[in-house]
Design a protein around this ligand. Structure first.
Ligand code: PLP
Length: 415
């Protein structure tokens, strides 16, 4: 078996990184925890846990409204995350970054607010065959309401989108193209720069679901020229219940508010309400203040390690895992795209994924089994479910070895 140093790029000390994640230091069913479910949610480093705790211990107050010291501190800390997110996503200004609950809410905000105003009967929305339910259902709901049409970019056997087919779907009726940057079920990294360019040439807007890209690779919304880009805090080592929606200023300004309430208004009378400026126009009510502050700490954490170094390390880990799993007889990887990140989805002939997951759990190994909120992907590959091991910056080759050993035990038990 290879050693850690054989995959770690220079300066990437995974053992030191693991020290930052208290949850990883436990035994499950008497075995050291091997956490391979970061695509569902990533674990949190001390930096995030401490930032949330500090907020509640020292600064806790509602934001944007108070003149008192605690409210000013809370507001500053919360708004500082917007500045950090601006650097993380390379947006032009921080005012085009809207705090939302997560990727799901980011997509729903756009489908509701932009969609209601701009989509008419006979218009078309394009998504892809590998979308998470979050990037299918909101568009389906919009299409149903507006009598618009949902069209789907197909993929090949490796789990790569077929761009020639996409080109054929684009037309004068296309209003929006919404695709994942990285697929949570397959790990495919989509060529979103090209997908966006093709959409723009057809006069359509684009929304990129960045939930699985942000934890693993550098994202630059300006370089991509994305119209909307959305991500979840809990997948980038931050807390749940907070995420970011990026939108181009011109588009956000032209959109009606998503929800009404406090903070999103400038003046309210019973006759008429005027709305606040960006980004507050889209942020009604008391937000997840602690979550926002925790997310800021998470973005700092990733930035300090270095996004490119994280990508390089995970790439090596993925290659190692792909090779190791391929040697298990009867195991078939689902999703073998040439450009791939952090996900090893597979089936083993004759053994139900649920049984695989249960036996692995008894050995302390946490994987996910099921459809991964992407039932159409399962249908396409003619499998009811897969077992998915998903990687993050704290995983090691030793953990992949443990997974392989665990799968050998599964095979012994079920054959
Ligand atoms: C997790 C995920 C989502 C949904 O994110 P939430 O945080 O649950 O809102 C959407 N798309 C992809 C690709 C995901 O991995």
């Amino acid at each position: 078996m290879s050693t850690l140093s054989s995959v770690a790029p220079a300066g990437f000390d995974v053992e030191k990184i693991r020290e930052d994640f208290p949850v990883l230091k436990q035994k499950v069913h008497g075995m050291p925890l091997v956490y391979l479910d970061s695509a569902a949610t990533a674990q949190k480093p001390f930096a995030v846990i401490d930032a949330i705790r500090r907020f509640h211990e020292v600064d806790c107050a509602n934001i944007h409204r108070g003149v008192h010291e605690l409210s000013q501190r809370s507001t500053a800390a919360y708004e500082e995350t917007r500045s950090k997110a601006k650097r993380f996503l390379n947006s032009r200004t921080k005012n085009e970054l809207i705090f939302v609950r997560g990727t799901t809410e980011g997509i729903n905000l756009v489908s509701s607010s932009w969609g209601r105003k701009n989509v008419k009967a006979g218009d078309e929305i394009i998504i892809s065959a590998m979308e998470h339910h979050s990037n299918i259902v909101p568009w389906q709901m919009l299409c149903e309401e507006k009598e618009a049409k949902l069209r789907v970019i197909p993929m090949n056997d490796r789990g790569e989108l077929i761009l020639e087919e996409y080109e054929k779907l684009l037309g004068p009726r296309t209003r929006m193209v919404a695709v994942a940057h990285v697929s949570n079920a397959l790990g495919t990294i989509n060529p979103v720069r090209q997908i966006i360019e093709m959409a723009h040439r057809a006069g359509a807007l684009t929304l990129i679901d960045g939930a699985q890209a942000a934890p693993h690779m550098r994202v630059d919304v300006q370089a991509l020229d994305a119209d909307f880009y959305t991500m979840s805090g809990h997948k980038v080592f931050g807390p749940t219940g907070i995420g970011i929606l990026y939108g181009k200023t011109k588009l956000l300004n032209a959109m009606p508010p998503y929800q009404g309430g406090g903070d999103m208004i400038r003046t309210v009378t019973f006759e008429k309400t005027t709305y606040n400026d960006l980004p507050y126009k889209f942020e009604a009510g008391t937000p997840n203040i602690a979550g926002g502050i925790g997310l800021g700490a998470a973005l700092d954490y990733m930035t300090q390690i270095g996004i490119d170094r994280i990508s390089a390390y995970e790439h090596e880990l993925l290659l190692y895992g792909t090779e190791a799993l391929s040697e298990i007889p009867g195991l078939k990887l689902i999703g073998t795209a040439r450009e791939k990140a952090a996900v090893l989805s597979f089936v083993i002939e004759g053994i139900h994924p649920h049984d695989i997951g249960t036996v692995l759990d008894r050995q302390g190994i946490a994987v996910r089994t099921g459809h991964h909120c992407a039932q159409p992907v399962m249908d396409w590959f003619h499998v009811p479910a897969t077992t998915r091991a998903s990687l993050a910056l704290y995983n090691t080759t030793a953990e992949i070895d443990a997974l392989v050993d665990g799968l050998k035990k599964v095979k012994e038990m079920f054959s």
